[in-house]
Every structure is written in structure tokens, then in C-alpha cells.
Design a protein around this ligand. Structure first.
Ligand code: TEU
Length: 551
């Protein structure tokens, strides 16, 4: 029997900050650490427990900080180490915690290790990266493709070999087979933990172990190489070593970004008896309507089936719950209804889902306001290298209109437009020129307006976060979908005492409570939205959510 105390992160609500787009304090159009520090009261008032900060390290920004040049230095645009220390102190002073991004599948090609590594075949850092000779007939060593377009190999003239990169050519993959690389990673983790950070979100962590011999992708593997990249033979060993060497000596939260991981593999990664990760960020739901770059249809029954499948994270596992982040469209545009007449109700419904599923909820900046996708109209409006990179791959066989239609729905830049603090210039994000355009709906969709209204999305998130703390059934109760086939209602039990009912459409629905569940009353609903319980039927207005007590 497991007698250890319940870890703090099981009851926590996590809030992700993408620093580039959160708050600019110095007018250069780029968000920064002092900007975040200035907004800590906003986050405390919202009631979140943990902040996950996307990369804040020195970087040439080929991929907005996911290409790190120096792991021990703060990105100049974001401030200094003193600014980081002030931010961390401000977070602690408010009773919150901080986890940072650990991006160690790859570095920037401008990292000192790679600068050395590429110099010569016998350089002491050569084996920090993955170098291979050209294929016998010339060309890349195998047919691996990169997520940002083109092959996963780039030829380096100086030494006549190719280096491997699963992402951009400016993001060479580290060679985790080399014990020195692993020791370097452990060291840099200790550096930040000793400063007082409370853990890590680990970027594409399942990719660190490469398949032995790097054989070609075959058949279906070519369409979704992430499943091959995430399936290396030493992944579990490397994670257990990291736990032993580093994490066991601190009180941390570790959440692995599990791109390419199946639910079955995820169960191993989060099995606390194995000692690897505390939870993972699973892609099944957020990418359910994406085939590569192409947007395909999704349905509510399929959506529900995926939640049910993910809920099974094994007897010793735990999971994260999220519907958006900096790599995905805005949740209200993606799975809700971002029509101005419905956006607030719809965003509240989605927030209820996130805050009442079993697992640790992750809210992404602006989601607490119902921020929407940006009305992109042309390819040249996108900043993200992924949009141009994939376009280069497919332009010869796909029309620009067809590509744009998918990309405007799914592109990562939708989530990266600046936070909408007010209806003022640039949504109150900056006094300068924002690095990425502010969504024009900041005029009426912003934090200042919502903070003043008791029925706003922001107020709903705040109220529900506070309320859930005192609900053992929400924190730990078993999960059971009670009507998996309904096309508009998502309804699930939490523990013995609660039933959550969400209306995923505009029409009012009269939903008959399934036999065997006795509804006792309404425990929670967003302010100003009508829920009527009568004769075993729950009537919910369009895009309305309710938590009911059952017995
Ligand atoms: O994301 C990797 C990932 O899983 C994808 O979302 C990826 O961004 C792409 O869309 C694949 O199709 C992580 C980071 O979250 C992302 O921002 C980085 O660009 C990427 O790794 C590389 O570090």
C-alpha cells in the first residue's frame, strides 16, 4: 500500500505563461519578466497555484525560445537574472509556485556545445550531438522528417557529415547516449532547482532516446513520425536516472510533454512506482482534428471517448488536463463557439470542463478570458516558422487557399497573440509595437472589463477554482462518462457525489438524467445562466455548464 502523503501538485491549478506575449514592461513590443511580476496579483486573485513559464533562457529565437543558446542565462528581451529572481520571489510571496520549461531534446545551433561540436570530427563535444555520414549514394542518412518541414538532417560542410534535428535546422538534437550530455542536463536542472523553482515542464521529453541504428521510417510511420521518435529504447532509463540523480533531492512537479506517446506508454511514464514523471501532457484530444497540417472534423462523442481513455492512467498514475497551450489554437475557437454572441458562455463551459475533469488542470494565458483565435487572412501574417516550413513541403500539391483554411484554424500563432489586458492601445500589452498583432476583439474582450463583472469568464474561472478546492470529489473522485453517445451533452460523474453536465451547443437541451442517478440539487453553475432540474430532467441553456449533487 502506498502510504506517502498526497503530493501538492495533485490539487494544484497550473497557469501557463508564454512570456513573449504576456506583458511588456519596457515598450519594446515583447513581453518580459518584469511584466509578469507586475501582474502577479492578477494571478493570485484568479487563484492559480503554479505558474508554468515557457522558456525564458538566452535564445536566438528561431522557435521563440525553444532553441536555447545558454541554459543559465535569461533571454535579453525578457530581462536579467535579477529580474528572474524578483519574479520567483514575488511568486513565492503570494503562496504560488513556479515550474520552468526544460528543453533538452535539442539546443540552439548557437549553443556553445554545438559550436564546438561542428568544428571537427574529433572535437571533445562532437558526441554531444548526433552526426552521421551521408547515405551510401549521397543524401541524408535516413528518411526522417522534421516537424517544421524538410528532412530531419542538415549537412555541415565543415566536417562532411549530417546532424539530426527533429525540429528546425537551428535546433540540433542532443545525443543522450553520451553520459556527459546527461550529466550536463542534471547540472542545469540543479542550477534552477537550487534557485527555488518547483519543477519542470519537459519539452518533447519522449524524443530524447533515439531508435537504435536509426532505421528508415516505413509505411504509416512517415505520416506521424512522432510515434517513432517517442519510442526510443532508453527513454524510461534516462527518466529514472534523472529522478534518482536530481529530482529525488527536491520537492518538484514534473510534467512531460508527451507528443507521440500513446495512452498505454503514458501510463508507464506516470506510474509513480516506476519513478519517472508525475504527469504528462497528452496530445490525443487537442490534436484530434489535425492530420499533420490538415484540419479534419471532430465530433463530441469522439472527444468524450478520448477523455475517457486518457482518464485511465493506471493505479499509480496521474494526469494533466488542458485544452490549449502555445502550440494549439485557442480552446474556445477550437472546441467551443467564438461567435461574439456565444464566446463568453462557451469559454465558461470549456473552463468548467478543464476544472472538473480528474487530474491537474492547466489553463493557458487568456483562456480565463475566453481569448479567441486571430482572424488571419494571409500566410504572411503568421510569425511561426512552422507555418512557412510546412508550406514549403506541400506548396507543390496543395492550393494556398486550402492550406490557409487549415492553418488559420490550427496554427500556433492563434495562441501567441498578446494578452488582452484592456481595451486600450494594443490591448494594454505594450506601449510599443507588439511583436505579433493584438487580436482586434481586445476592444471588448479583455481582463479589465471582465474583472469588473461578476458574470465574466474571468469571474467564473476564479469562482470555480476557489470552489473546487473544497470538493474532494472534484479533486480525486473517480471519473465516469454517463452518456457517451449524446451529440451535444457531455455529462460525467465525479466520485459518488457530483455530476457535471455541459451543453456543447447553442440550443437549450432537456437532458434526461440516466436511470440510477438521483439528482439532489445544483451545486455550481456560472452566474446568470439558467439550469432547471425537474422530474429527472436537467434543462440547460445553450453553452451552459452545471455541477449537480447526486446521491
Ligand atoms: O512542442 C512540440 C510539439 O509537440 C508540437 O506541438 C510542435 O510544436 C509541432 O506543432 C509539431 O507538429 C514543443 C514546444 O511546445 C514547441 O513550442 C516547440 O516548437 C517544440 O517543442 C520544439 O521545441
Amino acid at each position: 500500500m502506498n502510504t506517502s502523503p498526497r503530493p501538492w501538485w495533485k490539487d494544484a491549478v497550473v497557469y501557463q505563461i508564454y512570456p513573449r506575449s504576456f506583458m511588456d514592461s519596457d515598450g519594446d513590443g515583447i513581453g518580459d519578466l518584469p511584466g509578469i511580476t507586475a501582474r502577479l496579483d492578477y494571478l493570485r486573485d484568479l487563484g492559480v497555484d503554479v505558474i508554468w513559464l515557457s522558456p525564458h533562457f538566452d535564445s536566438p529565437n528561431a522557435d521563440n525560445g525553444y532553441d536555447i543558446r545558454d541554459y543559465r542565462k535569461v533571454m535579453a528581451e525578457f530581462g536579467t537574472m535579477a529580474d528572474f529572481d524578483r519574479l520567483l520571489a514575488g511568486i513565492k510571496a503570494r503562496g504560488m509556485r513556479l515550474i520552468i520549461d526544460l528543453v533538452v531534446n535539442h539546443t540552439s545551433d548557437e549553443h556553445a556545445w554545438f559550436q564546438e561540436s561542428r568544428k571537427s570530427r574529433d572535437n571533445p563535444w562532437r558526441d554531444y550531438y548526433i552526426w552521421r555520414d551521408p547515405a551510401p549514394g549521397g543524401g541524408p542518412p535516413n528518411n526522417y522528417t522534421a516537424f517544421f518541414g524538410g528532412p530531419a538532417w542538415t549537412f555541415d560542410e565543415a566536417t562532411g557529415q549530417y546532424y539530426l534535428h527533429y525540429f528546425a535546422a537551428k535546433q540540433p538534437d542532443l545525443n543522450w547516449e553520451n553520459p556527459k550530455v546527461r550529466a550536463e542536463v542534471h547540472d542545469l536542472m540543479r542550477f534552477w532547482l537550487d534557485k527555488g523553482v518547483d519543477g519542470f515542464r519537459m519539452d518533447v521529453i519522449p524524443f530524447i532516446s533515439k531508435r537504435a541504428g536509426l532505421p528508415d521510417l516505413v509505411g504509416e510511420e512517415r505520416r506521424a513520425p512522432q510515434f517513432v521518435y517517442a519510442d526510443g529504447p532508453r527513454l524510461h532509463e534516462f527518466l529514472a536516472e534523472m529522478r534518482r540523480e536530481v529530482l529525488d533531492h527536491y520537492d518538484t512537479l514534473t510534467v512531460g510533454e508527451a507528443f507521440g506517446v500513446t495512452p498505454a506508454q503514458a501510463r508507464d511514464l506516470v506510474d509513480s512506482q516506476r519513478g519517472e514523471l508525475d504527469m504528462v501532457i497528452n496530445f490525443d484530444v487537442v490534436r484530434m482534428d489535425a492530420q499533420g497540417w490538415r484540419k479534419v472534423a471532430w465530433t463530441l462523442p469522439r472527444f468524450k471517448a478520448l477523455w475517457a481513455e486518457l482518464d485511465d492512467c493506471g493505479p499509480f498514475g496521474w494526469k494533466s488536463v488542458f485544452l490549449s497551450n502555445h502550440d494549439n489554437p485557442r480552446s474556445v475557437s477550437h472546441f467551443g463557439d467564438d461567435d461574439p454572441a456565444w464566446v463568453e458562455r462557451s469559454a465558461k463551459t470549456i473552463a468548467t470542463l478543464i476544472l472538473t475533469q480528474r487530474g491537474t488542470p492547466f489553463l493557458y494565458q487568456g483562456e480565463e478570458l475566453g481569448m479567441t483565435n486571430f482572424p488571419f487572412e494571409r500566410l504572411d501574417q503568421f510569425d511561426d516558422l512552422e507555418v512557412a516550413g510546412r508550406w514549403r513541403d506541400v506548396a507543390h500539391r496543395v492550393s494556398e487557399a486550402e492550406y490557409l483554411e487549415s492553418v488559420r484554424a490550427l496554427a500556433r500563432d492563434n495562441a501567441r497573440t498578446p494578452m488582452q489586458w484592456s481595451s486600450g492601445p494594443n490591448g494594454g500589452f505594450t506601449t510599443g509595437r507588439p511583436w505579433l498583432a493584438v487580436n482586434p476583439n481586445a476592444a471588448w474582450l479583455n481582463a479589465q472589463d471582465q474583472a469588473a463583472r461578476a458574470d465574466s469568464v474571468l469571474a467564473h474561472c476564479r469562482d470555480l477554482i476557489a470552489w473546487r478546492r473544497a470538493q474532494p470529489d472534484l479533486l480525486d473522485g473517480a471519473y465516469r462518462d454517463v452518456d457517451p453517445d449524446h451529440a451535444q451533452i457531455f455529462a460525467y460523474r465525479r466520485g459518488e457525489g457530483l455530476l457535471v453536465v455541459l451543453n456543447f451547443g447553442r440550443e437549450t437541451v432537456r437532458w434526461p438524467v440516466p436511470a440510477g442517478i438521483a439528482v439532489r440539487g445544483l451545486a455550481y453553475a456560472p452566474k446568470g445562466q439558467t439550469v432547471v432540474i425537474e422530474n429527472g430532467v436537467v434543462a440547460l441553456e445553450g453553452w451552459t455548464s452545471a455541477v449537480l449533487t447526486v446521491g
